[in-house]
Design a protein around this ligand. Structure first.
Ligand SMILES: *Cc1c(COP(=O)(O)O)cnc(C)c1O
Length: 385
């Protein structure tokens, strides 16, 4: 393999950052620009307007200059007060982040800790809220990116609303927007969050938050400064961000959104659906188990590697021999899983490459022959519908 290294591209298959869209990369070459201008106001409005349908809302999402966690923190800080009871659904690394944020901001966190790789049992959210009527807000991920599980947000919202019309539903959809349908208004959600480096094919640095009217009516009195969502909303509705925006990234986002809307949101989501199904078929052909039990994410697939020590050598082989970067497991899943992203600007052939690399790396380490079994399963699944 090393002979052809000179003609080997570097490829990333991590569930964030994801590869940049070609359109976004071109826009990244723009000269510097001042942001207190009509042109910037138009760019801001145009991005917000075209983000909204991806969130399924008529509320224009606020664009923050931060990574996704900044938007998570700003939602928790803005819509809870110290001592408030909140429910956190924690089924992985990112669920745990809600827990840690809740603790940091001195909420009274009721933690629903689930086995990593699983999702909540239907009915359990409603039951929990009936048991603990003090709960003012529910925090969850749409995709738990550490495990490859998609939590059914529509179902969660139904259960919350069966008990209360006032409880806030705050969803970290950072790795879900573009890969899964999100219907914020129809499902009656209160905050939905995403970030530029996940489904959008834009570098890290922008976070998006859509906020419901109900949430605005419950703004907390906590002190805040940089992440003052109310100030941002007022400013952004008038074409101005409170602070210096990452306007270079916004030009890249603008082009990425053109691409998404030229194809249509439904087609973009369907591509993720087909890629994720086809990768699961390929993994099945390699006789490897998936980490998630069910409720598979369309943003990534987590593959369980039970053979002791195999996961790190596979990752190393793919990195060293093929220049392909995959994500392993986090925390106690380190060395136990490999995660393959579908989220963002991966075309059919990009993902085919990932499957081929997996098959080659496994063969190199004595697991089967590299005879195209997985590649074949991927191709026939993707092209079947
Ligand atoms: C990537 C990701 C985040 C945010 O991470 P940042 O590094 O702050 O952008 C949060 N939640 C989920 C589910 C994610 O996938």
């Amino acid at each position: 393999m090393t002979d052809s290294y000179v003609y080997m591209k570097e490829r990333i298959y991590t569930p964030g950052p994801t590869p940049l869209s070609e359109e976004a990369r071109m826009a990244g070459a723009m000269p510097a620009e001042y942001h207190r201008t009509e042109a910037f106001a138009e760019l801001l409005h145009s991005c917000r307007k075209r983000l909204a349908p991806l969130f399924g809302t008529k509320e224009l999402p606020i664009i923050l200059t931060s990574s996704g966690t900044g938007a998570m923190e700003s939602c928790l800080a803005s819509f809870t007060s110290a001592g408030d009871s909140i429910l956190v659904i924690e089924a992985g690394k990112f669920g745990n982040r809600w827990y840690m944020l809740g603790e940091t901001y001195e909420c009274n966190v009721d933690r629903m800790v689930l086995e990593w790789g699983s999702t909540f049992e239907y009915g359990s959210i409603e039951q929990k809220l009936r048991q603990n009527p003090a709960i003012k807000a529910v925090f969850i991920q749409a995709n738990e990116t550490s495990t490859g599980v998609h939590h059914n947000i529509e179902q969660l919202a139904k259960e919350v609303r069966a008990v209360s019309k006032e409880t806030l539903i705050i969803v970290d959809a950072i790795s879900s927007i573009c890969a899964h349908k999100c219907e914020m208004d129809a499902w009656d959600l209160d905050c939905v969050i995403s970030g530029s480096q996940k489904g959008f094919g834009v570098p890290p640095g922008l976070a998006f938050v859509a906020v419901s009217q109900r949430a605005w009516s419950k703004l907390s009195k906590r002190p805040r400064f940089y992440f003052d969502l109310e100030r941002e909303k007022k400013g952004q509705d008038a074409g101005k961000t409170a602070w210096t925006p990452a306007n270079g990234l916004m030009h890249m986002l603008d082009r990425a959104l053109d691409h998404i809307h030229n194809n249509g949101v439904a087609a973009v989501i369907n591509h993720h659906r087909k890629s994720s199904i086809a990768v699961r078929k390929a993994i099945d052909a390699l006789e490897l188990p998936l980490f998630a039990k069910d409720h598979f994410s369309q943003a990534l697939t987590a593959v369980r590697i039970d053979q002791e020590g195999l996961a790190p050598v596979l990752l190393k082989t793919m990195k060293k021999d093929f220049r392909m970067i995959f994500a392993g497991g986090q925390d106690h899943l380190k060395g136990k899983i490999i995660r393959i992203a579908h989220l963002g600007y991966f075309d059919f052939f990009d993902t085919l490459n990932a499957v081929a690399a997996f098959e080659l790396a496994l063969a190199k380490h004595g697991r089967g022959k590299a005879c195209g079994k997985a590649v074949g399963a991927f191709m026939s699944s993707y092209t079947a519908d």
